[in-house]
Design a protein around this ligand. Sequence first.
Ligand code: MEV
Length: 320
Amino acid sequence: MIAKASAPAKAILFGEHSVVYDEPAIAGAVNKRAYITIKESEDDRSIFRAPNINFEAELLTREKKYSLLKGKPGIIRYILESLYRAHDHTPIDITLSSNVPIGSGLGSSAAVTVATLAALYRYHNVRFNKKSLAHDAHMVEQAVQGVASPLDTLVSTYGGMVYLSRNKKVEHFNVNFNVPFVVGYTTKHGNTGKMVKDVRSLKNRNPKIINPVISAMGNLTNYAKQAILKRDFNKVGELMNINHGFLDVLGVNTLELSRMVYNAREAGAIGSKTTGAGGGGSIIALCPGKVEQVAEAIEKDDNVLKIHFTRKGVSSRVYK
Ligand code: MEV
């Protein structure tokens, strides 16, 4: 029997960092996916392979351990944690293929976790629904990372755009926001934990300045939700530019991120901002009619990915 599942990566459009202080956030599934295939092993070993990144490891699923056969670990801890929770430890072969570049800031770990759990549930004929899957995948991320917001795993499970409200209520908006975006990313990775900590200490040192900025970021996210629902792209772009300024105030932008943001605007993007934790990592630019120009401008110094938001969430099936 073969079980297959895939899940989309995500991009945060509004609300990174301010979401940590219970302000709202908006993120959406993008048309880049992680694909997992699970089948019985031909011998008594469990093997994980990710041919795209030239990675292979033998898994000791009961002990949450692995021995490296080739490549660099990275995503392996999410696979092991998922197996620990949803597998009976019989020998299996797991293959990951993905068109989400590592370091692109599109949350590849959530996409891989959601796809792995969905494939495992199919393989073992375990009943699940999107709510239970999103919950279990969030538990896996939390176990691996220590802290994780539920946003990434929600988006990778449900697809579409997700609005997380001030009181952590999740709203899936039924909107067709199918406009082209360009994601630019640097080879320098940001460290999310460190960036969140740095923002907290800046806030503690300057509460009267930073607190109003964080609450303005929340208001901005609410305006952005209205603009997205009305498909008012110019307003969305304007709010992305303001949001980038606020992220600058919080100190998470870097020379490389701001270079990509301004290169994108010079080349015709109607809005561009850092996406995710910053300190390295990625930017996102809204560029209807100007995708090629914006991609070319960023590509001079950095890496690019053309994306659009999609309603398609997790999908899985089993072949007997
Ligand atoms: C990182 O992708 C987003 C942050 O807001 C952290 C989080 O929400 O967990 C910076």
